[in-house]
Design a protein around this ligand. Sequence first.
Ligand code: Q0N
Length: 262
Amino acid sequence: MSDAAVHVGSGKVRELYALDDDRLLLVASDRISTFDVVLPTPIPDKGRVLTGLSAFWFARTRELVPNHLLALHDDGRSTECRRLEMLPIECVVRGYITGSGWKDYRATGEVCGHALPEGLVESQQLPQPIFTPATKAQTGHDENIDRETAAGLVGAERFAEVERIALELYGWVSDHARARGIILADTKLEFGVDPQGRLVLGDEAFTPDSSRFWPADSYAPGGPQPSFDKQFVRDYCEELGWDKTAPGPELPDDVVAGTRAC
Ligand code: Q0N
């Protein structure tokens, strides 16, 4: 039997290899994406930092739900994971109205079928966190879907379970972050099912690539909030006047250093 890992998938900034029938190797790169485009300049140690954050949250949330993490490799950026049957939906929880949720709310007054109060402003905290599933687009943007559509994709019982667990996870992590001066505005989770049919948290969890973290001391609803980790890159790209289509611009050293320091 060969030890060569077979490449089975890639995201914008991560790669996935099969180790055997039961295990995958998830490798986080130092690539950074902004405005949905991967930039040519890596951020040194980004992959290690995000891998460490996921491992931290997996360890702290394992009582709420089991997760796919088996082992963290010495390079700090690769993790061995249990191979799951992934659910075909992105499980998003929003405690604040921003991003595509804000876009949908402005157009329809709703997000994924949740009727929301009138007169919310951009980035405002919601009366309570909402579960807003999305389809997994192979290319382009994930599309927000209502609960009936999501339940049709995963089954009504599984839907009720992921909604409950995703809301519990958001509540736990956002409380932890808020007590340390950080707002968790929203987060995207991916779940799978193990061979025994148990729900398992997969992918990365509560990293700045899958979540919006805002510094609480500068929180000001009524407009977009600065991103904890990508603001240097965004500001630089805006200042360049780049049209936000691929290829993205190279980043100068001070922008790399500023982002790295986050
Ligand atoms: C899987 N994706 C989605 C990584 C993320 N534990 C798992 N078992 C089976 N499949 C997957 C996982 C996980 N995690 C998750 N694709 C397959 C997105 N990928 C894209 C590439 O980088």
